[in-house]
Design a protein around this ligand. Structure first.
Ligand code: ADP
Ligand code: MG
Length: 459
């Protein structure tokens, strides 16, 4: 792949990030997680899929979703086609556990775990590359404590929280740190889907014994996205025994999930209680300052010069998912490189990033109603007065401020703004906008009130 293609590969990650937000997690895991970009030439995009069934689903059910997500990420292509990538098709019986390299003997011989046989840890997901801050610092501290007290204090460590906030990164960072500290320990990271797949294959190819030996002979088991074990009775059964053997031997178990154990539907009670035996930590999206620090660290690493105002803008507007934040940064980077722009500014971000990426979650979105409410509160007038015919000075100014903010921040039309304030004539709104604009030049009191309202609305 040339450079442009590598960059598009990165963009595919942000396309996936966007799709992940739009569909439910198990649909995403089933159809999208195993896709990857194979090539992008002359506007033709080829996506690798694990099997023909996935291809068919993507073509028939998800084509428009994919096209939209591509467009939102500024990937303009004439065609999207699929190619089945052989290695993730059904495994050859002889090679089912080949990545182990005879691990069972090695396990008893105490030799080094052949981690390199199997793609496991992502090299980027280290503690060094992780920015701790409010929202994730408890999980960060717990992960570090686990690395320093294997199998004792927090066993299992159960990390849970929403999509794209750093769970996989943190639990893999544990894997890296443990492997670095004690190279002889057998550290295994698997997603629960891999576990299910291997378990099913093991049964199909009558290698259940191998499977069991493998999973019961490791020192550290890191399991990602355990919530997908929901509804899989046989796997739950197997995992329960694996868990007990490892835990009983004092081996460390680290688990991630998008929800706490008690909220995973159809999770057997006995597993639920096992997961609650050690330490559960809740991860939240990092706060504004931490998001800024993440953006700075990542832009430094990609050699992207970014205006502090742009960092501020992105951190303010992308507030639910770090993966989306990274995707936005990647887009800016690609744009700056291909158009030889030396500094990523707020204006550029506003221009090239899709509005949907920048949209705030519903609860935080600024609406006319929230503007009115904040304006009434900060001016200490009743909300209903803003839409009343009253014309005394105490209410006229707040009403004008409310109109001004709707124009300035929501870009509503004057007739619409007038209507929202129960005024027939749109020139009332126009006049209000111009009047407040002028007042802002010298009227300290109005400046102060507007600053206060903006603070309330976080705009
Ligand atoms: P999750 O598993 O919770 O869905 P990931 O661990 O995959 O999320 O994180 C999504 C992306 O955001 C990854 O590329 C990860 O490196 C990055 N990320 C999340 N939190 C941080 C952080 N605190 N510091 C640096 N990168 C982070
Ligand atoms: Mg994850």
């Amino acid at each position: 792949m040339n450079k442009a293609q590598t960059e598009t590969g990165l963009l595919w990650q942000s396309v996936l990030g966007e799709i992940e937000l739009k569909i439910n997690p198990s649909t995403y895991a089933t159809w999208f997680k195993k896709t990857r970009l194979l090539s992008y030439k002359e506007g033709r995009l080829v996506i690798g899929v694990p099997n023909a069934f996935t291809q068919k689903q993507l073509e028939t059910q998800f084509q428009s979703l994919i096209e939209k997500a591509l467009l939102n990420n500024n990937i303009r292509c004439k065609s999207v086609s699929y190619c089945i990538v052989a290695h993730s098709q059904k495994p050859d019986k002889r090679h089912l556990f080949s990545w182990l390299g005879g691990a069972t003997e090695q396990a008893s011989g105490g030799q080094r775990w052949p981690q390199n046989r199997r793609p496991t840890l992502n090299a980027k997901y280290t503690f060094e590359n992780f920015i701790p801050g409010s929202g994730n610092e408890l999980a960060y501290a717990a992960c570090q404590a686990v690395v320093n007290n294997l199998g004792s204090k927090y066993n299992p460590l159960f990390v849970y929280g929403g999509v794209g906030i750093g769970k996989t990164h943190l639990i893999q960072a544990c894997g890296h740190a443990i492997a670095q500290k004690s190279p002889d320990l057998r550290v295994l990271y698997v997603t629960i889907e891999q576990f299910v797949q291997e378990f099913t294959d093991a049964i199909r190819y009558k290698q259940k014994g191998e499977f069991t030996r493998l999973y019961r002979n490791i020192d550290v088991l890191i399991i990602d996205d355990i919530q997908f074990i929901a509804g899989k009775e046989k796997t739950q059964e197997e995992f329960f025994h694996t868990f007990n053997v490892l835990h009983g031997d004092g081996k460390q178990i680290i688990i991630s999930s998008d929800k706490p154990p008690q909220a995973i539907p159809t999770l057997q009670e006995r597993l639920q209680s096992r997961f609650q035996m050690g330490m559960s930590v809740d991860m939240q999206i990092p706060d504004f300052e931490t998001r800024c620090a993440i953006l700075k660290a990542k832009s430094d690493r990609m050699n992207l010069k970014i205006d502090p105002e742009c960092v501020d803008f992105l951190a303010k507007n992308i507030s639910t998912n770090i993966r989306v934040l990274e995707g936005a940064l990647n887009q800016l980077n690609v744009f700056c490189e291909t158009h030889r722009v030396s500094l990523a500014t707020r204006q550029l971000a506003e221009k090239i990033l899709n509005k949907e990426i920048l949209r705030k979650p519903t609860s935080q979105r600024v609406t006319p109603a929230r503007i009115m409410e904040a304006t009434a509160n900060c001016n200490q007038v009743p909300l209903s007065d803003l839409t009343s015919p009253k014309r005394n000075q105490e209410i006229v100014v707040p009403r004008q401020i409310s109109m001004y903010l709707m124009r300035q921040h929501l870009h509503l039309s004057f007739p619409k703004i007038a209507q929202l304030h129960h005024k027939k004539d749109h020139t009332t709104a126009l006049y209000a906008f111009e009047k407040i604009n002028k007042e802002l030049l010298y009227n300290e009191e109005i400046k102060r009130v507007i600053r206060e309202i903006k603070e309330v609305l976080k705009i």
